[in-house]
Design a protein. Structure first.
Length: 202
């Protein structure tokens, strides 16, 4: 009887802890929905060897709008106007457009664009420390196996993504600052006629 009671208490405690972790992370994400800054992204293979480095700038604005501009080594623009996400490989003159809703739940980028409460339902949240959280997708068909978010004094500081193939991508954010609203023009994109555009439906 004692063992059964202990097991029930442990399960209850774990459930409460998970709920508290998700709630605290939700507050942090919501406070980082209207920010801009710079990023440095490093990808490592399964052996821990560095295979790619990129740098750029980003802009987030609720609801569901963002600009993710990679400057080096190759220019790429990822822009969401809240309804459609456009991925434009500038040098390759190729672009893809897809509904924003299709990225929610299986894309780490959606965490920074969509409302926290709606996105976190797709993840199991574990609080590693006061400022670090690990998220594990509930769906087995996700492209990554875990995601770690770190904050510094309430501001997004880093994101680490481990995909299902064993690759790890670490994104470090710098010069992050809040804004009080930006023009809608920042989230509109006019592609040159020379760009090969593919439109994906949901």
């Amino acid at each position: 009887m004692y063992r059964v009671l202990l097991a029930v208490l442990l399960c209850f405690s774990a459930s409460v802890w998970a709920q508290e972790s998700a709630s605290s992370l939700s507050l942090l994400l919501e406070s980082n929905r209207d920010v801009e800054g710079e990023f440095r992204q490093v990808t490592y293979n399964e052996q821990g060897e560095q295979v790619q480095v990129s740098e750029g700038v980003f802009l987030l604005a609720a609801p569901n709008r963002f600009v993710w501009d990679t400057i080096s080594p190759f220019p790429q623009r990822i822009i969401s106007d809240g309804k459609v996400v456009t991925i434009w490989d500038v040098d390759l003159e190729h672009a893809t457009q897809k509904p924003f809703s299709s990225t929610v739940g299986n894309s780490p980028a959606a965490l920074l664009g969509d409302s926290a409460d709606s996105v976190l339902t797709h993840y199991q949240v574990v609080q590693i420390s006061d400022s670090k959280y690990r998220l594990v997708p509930k769906e087995s068909d996700d492209l990554f196996s875990s995601l770690t978010l770190s904050f510094d004094k309430g501001v997004i500081d880093a994101m680490s993504i481990k995909d299902v193939l064993g690759q790890t991508t670490v994104i470090e954010f710098s010069n992050v600052g809040a804004h009080e609203g930006v023009s809608d023009q920042n989230f509109k994109i006019n592609l040159p006629e020379s760009v090969d555009l593919i439109v994906e439906q949901q």
